[in-house]
Write a new protein. Structure first.
Length: 230
């Protein structure tokens, strides 16, 4: 675990902001929904879609440069270099690069999730078809129960598989400071090649410290993650 030295205050501030941003966005969504109730003629579906769209837009425009700047900050900290101005620099100099990177990650995750959840979706459709034909015999009930079980299993396995697939893009944010989006993704894939299992074990072994990071404690494993910066 690297010594944060002069960057400790900034690291603590970044972690606090990271912790506070999700509930802030949730509160903003509730506020937008409350304001939308002042438009009673607006259909509920349109109201919900509008609120969700605005929150996603705020997330994209505000959080993307922050996430890129935070990654750059910890990378320079790990290299024991000055990390001053890296977060604000993302907003001033690399704003659109951060936006493009985040959009690509969203698109990749959406595509991966759609593929990995396909088996569960097919089973869910089969379950609904079985219910529609009204088969209520003992054998049919057993088939329904098994279908429901495997449907849930496929959905959970699909989500896990999508997350494992997205691990190959985990280091991309650290390369975004000095590279374009395509090159950052390429370097990320190269760094993660053959190391997916290592990354999973890292998260499992350091789950306590990860929870501490979620609580606002700045934690960075320089030695354990040195391969990200090779």
């Amino acid at each position: 675990m690297t010594d944060l030295k002069d960057n400790r205050k900034t690291a603590v501030l970044l972690q606090i902001i990271t912790v506070l941003l999700p509930p802030a966005l949730l509160a903003a969504e509730w506020g937008l929904h409350f304001l939308s109730l002042m438009l009673p003629t607006l259909p509920d579906a349109a109201r919900q879609a509008g609120c969700l769209g605005l929150i996603l837009l705020l997330d994209l425009l505000l959080l993307s440069p922050f996430k890129g700047g935070k990654a750059a900050f910890f990378r320079e900290t790990a290299a024991e270099k000055s990390a001053r101005g890296l977060v604000t620099g993302q907003y001033r100099q690399r704003f659109w690069r951060s936006i493009g990177w985040r959009l690509r990650m969203w698109g990749t995750r959406l595509a991966a999730t759609a593929v990995t959840l396909l088996p569960g979706t097919v089973l869910l459709a089969a379950l609904r078809w079985q219910l529609s034909i009204g088969a209520y015999s003992a054998a049919a009930q057993m088939v329904l129960l098994l279908t429901l079980f495997f449907c849930g299993f496929c959905f959970l396995a699909g989500l896990a598989a999508a997350q494992l697939f997205m691990l190959r893009y985990m280091p991309a944010a650290y390369y975004l400071e000095d590279n374009g989006i395509r090159q950052a993704v390429k370097l990320s894939k190269k760094a993660m090649k053959g190391r997916t299992g290592e990354a999973v074990l890292f998260y499992i072994k350091h789950s306590g410290w990860l929870l501490a990071g979620a609580a606002g404690v700045p934690v960075f494993w320089k030695k354990k993650t040195a391969w990200l910066f090779e």
